[in-house]
Design a protein around this ligand. Sequence first.
Ligand SMILES: Cc1cc2nc3c(=O)[nH]c(=O)nc-3n(C[C@H](O)[C@H](O)[C@H](O)COP(=O)(O)O)c2cc1C
Length: 208
Amino acid sequence: MASVELPEPAVDGSTSIERAIATRQSRRSFARTPIEIEDVSQILWAAQGCTHERDGVEMRAAPSAGATYPLTVFLEVAPSGSEQLTPGLYRYESERHGLEATLETAIHDEFAAASLGQAVVDTAPVTVVLTADYDRTCRQYPTHGERYVHMEAGHVAENVHLVCESRRLNTCPVGAFSERDLADALSLPDRLAPLYLLPVGHPSSLPG
Ligand SMILES: Cc1cc2nc3c(=O)[nH]c(=O)nc-3n(C[C@H](O)[C@H](O)[C@H](O)COP(=O)(O)O)c2cc1C
């Protein structure tokens, strides 16, 4: 399986956080243009990249209850979605800021079908897939862990959304999907539950 090193993410940009918040909206139409690897790098870093160290542990771009880090982030690449990544599924590895292919065949049709056939997923060149291992957080927080995991997914999704906004990329959070069909399409291990989809693409000339 392919292992991909991502370009160094930028820690500065030309769009202010206020501007990105002010202009952010869900945008559901995409040009048929592949996504550049620099955009992939920046988006995944914003999702779960390592940003600082505490007591010898690498901490990440989004907060996590008790630093339990229950989320695993994948990137689904549609046919012609990227010039550098072959179609399939990749797991983001935070500590080395790289991708590990987990499926090297196009799974796009099953993936889009599992997302209830939503065009926003079907037409996206790439989709960030947030999955969770609830046990990681629930072991430490038996009564609140599940809620914490969902809160964390929200943090990650907003980071991705704002980075897309600052890079003039379209995205829309997608929570409507069949959990079972999605887990099957992505061949997820049993411990990982799919939580949230963030399809990303260049703006098309169509509105929204
Ligand atoms: C948890 C959640 C799930 C969502 N699921 C979907 C979805 O499955 N499909 C979709 O087109 N939009 C989805 N959305 C986007 C909302 O429709 C959108 O955020 C809302 O209409 C507000 O518009 P705005 O994001 O442009 O401010 C979802 C948003 C959230 C927060």
